[in-house]
Design a protein around this ligand. Structure first.
Ligand SMILES: [Zn+2]
Length: 476
């Protein structure tokens, strides 16, 4: 007997969407059958998904929980919302897997950095999770030497910044020589590099220039974190990777047409390079900075312009962009609005909960993407690139039973009071054409028609191994 049967819905499977029953036992998908066929076998619980889309749980490959939110002149340790709060919102919105970061300072043994993060998350996350290793400036030989073992242990992606992002914030930028060394290590050990690429010279030059010209309002952010910077830095890091046999790149939060073009050119030559963008960048532009509370729409590098947005959208259609993330840095509105300048505005955003429904609306309803493409961009592709597939991101036999019932009859207008992230949402007033009626995590119903049934002990750490196909060529 099965634990669970989901029957009557349109299931989005790797081969496409069709009416099917999904059977679950011991937390995994164990049977997929014709409509009604599994119901007949019997199950402890039968879930009627008639009229609904049945899809794998969302995968958000880029979030920051319990992460410092710096503000000039203030020395307290203000942190973004913890995993419990963010994972709860994620499950409400149909996302069952989150990838965060383990900060890896140069003066601390790598193993210790990872253990600290593991301890922070164990028993504190309602959904499943993993970590990218986040290298700091000047990684020590000790940290570099310990990377292969960490990759073997399932921390298979390493994040690096090519910029300090803000003038008052040193310690993030990894020099190109060090990035080169890390790419060689990753290539040999089977990892992938996740890069936040901006040209530090251009960015810092623009900070100085705008401060000199007394144009420091954050609405000028796209002049600082600009499209030329994305062009220069993307091409530079891509050229570096192209010269390391076996190096694979995942470019985080692509924001500009120049970034899209750089990735596309390298992929056209057969290099394994993948692009991530944010729903923020797909649906807002730098014009939105001028609205009241416009900081709400900001996340670094910056919102760009209509033609960048068009290029990003075009790239989601089997082009240079494979995954839609949030870059979640969940905080109260007062914190999000505390900075007003180009050099003090809080980055990241609150958006993990409505991500799936917003993307369904804008991809499937408004642009006619197939359900399979929508699931690819919000779940399956990130799972594949980050080494979680087919355990995550697939309705397939043997996969974890992370299943979302997305209800196209439950469209609504997004209101902060209905969401579970924080006291504001950058998506206030947006209409979505569907909303999850149920979220299932490894066979356990964790959200049932608005009732939350998960606990922080439900989340499991996910060791990851990047697929050889992902690292050999642009496999997606
Ligand atoms: Zn980020």
């Amino acid at each position: 007997m099965l634990d669970l049967v989901v029957t009557g819905g349109v299931a989005v499977m790797p081969a496409g969407a069709e009416a099917a029953d999904i059977g679950v036992a011991a937390g995994r998908i164990v049977a997929i059958g014709a409509p009604g066929s599994l119901r007949a076998i019997g199950a402890a619980r039968v879930i009627d998904a008639t009229g609904q889309i049945v899809m794998p749980g969302g995968v958000d490959p880029h979030i920051h929980c319990s992460s410092p939110i710096p503000f000039p002149g203030r020395n307290d340790d203000l942190l973004s919302a913890p995993p419990e709060q963010v994972s709860r919102a994620a499950l409400y919105g149909g996302t069952t897997t989150l990838l965060d970061f383990a900060p890896c300072p140069s003066d601390q043994p790598l193993r210790q950095s990872i253990e600290l993060r593991q301890r922070e998350w164990a028993g504190a996350c309602c959904c499943d999770y993993g970590f990218h290793l986040l290298l700091h400036s000047n990684p020590s030989q000790g940290v570099l030497g310990a990377l292969p073992e960490a990759i073997q242990d399932g921390h298979a992606s390493v994040k690096m910044f090519t910029t300090d992002i803000r003038p008052n914030r040193q310690g993030r930028m990894v020099q190109f020589g060090d990035i080169w060394e890390v790419l060689k290590i990753l290539a040999a050990a089977g990892g992938i590099a996740a890069i936040h690429a901006e040209d530090n010279d251009i960015v810092m030059h623009m900070y100085e220039k705008l401060i000199r010209e007394d144009r420091v309002g954050f609405e000028n952010m796209a002049e600082v974190h600009n499209t030329l910077s994305e062009d220069l830095s993307f091409n530079r890091v891509i050229r570096l990777a192209e010269n390391v046999e076996g190096a694979a790149l995942y470019m985080v939060h692509v924001s500009a047409a120049t970034g899209v073009a750089a990735i596309a050119a390298s992929r056209a030559h057969g290099y394994p390079i993948y692009g991530e963008t944010l729903h923020q960048y797909l649906l807002y532009t730098a014009e939105d900075y001028k609205r009241p509370g416009g900081q709400m729409f900001h996340t670094y590098p910056s919102l760009k312009f209509a033609k960048d947005q068009e290029a990003l959208w075009a790239a989601t259609h089997h082009g240079a962009i494979q995954a839609i993330a949030t870059d979640e840095v969940c905080c109260p509105l007062q914190v999000k609005l505390q900075g007003r300048r180009i050099d003090d505005t809080t980055g990241g955003n609150s958006g993990v909960e409505p991500r799936l429904s917003l993307m369904y609306t804008h991809m499937v309803t408004k642009r006619g993407y197939s359900l399979a493409d929508f699931v690819g961009l919000t779940s399956a592709n990130a799972a594949r690139i980050m080494g979680l597939y087919p355990r995550k991101g697939a309705l397939a036999i043997g996969s974890d039973a992370d299943i979302v019932l997305l209800d196209p009859r439950a469209g609504r207008v997004l209101r902060k009071g209905d969401l579970h992230e924080t006291d504001y949402t950058p998506w206030e007033g947006h209409e979505v054409a569907a909303w999850p009626s149920m979220t299932i995590l490894r066979g356990k119903v964790v959200v049932d028609n608005g009732t939350f049934l998960a606990s922080p002990s439900d989340g499991q750490f996910l060791p990851r191994k990047i697929g050889d196909d992902i690292r050999a060529r642009p496999a997606l």
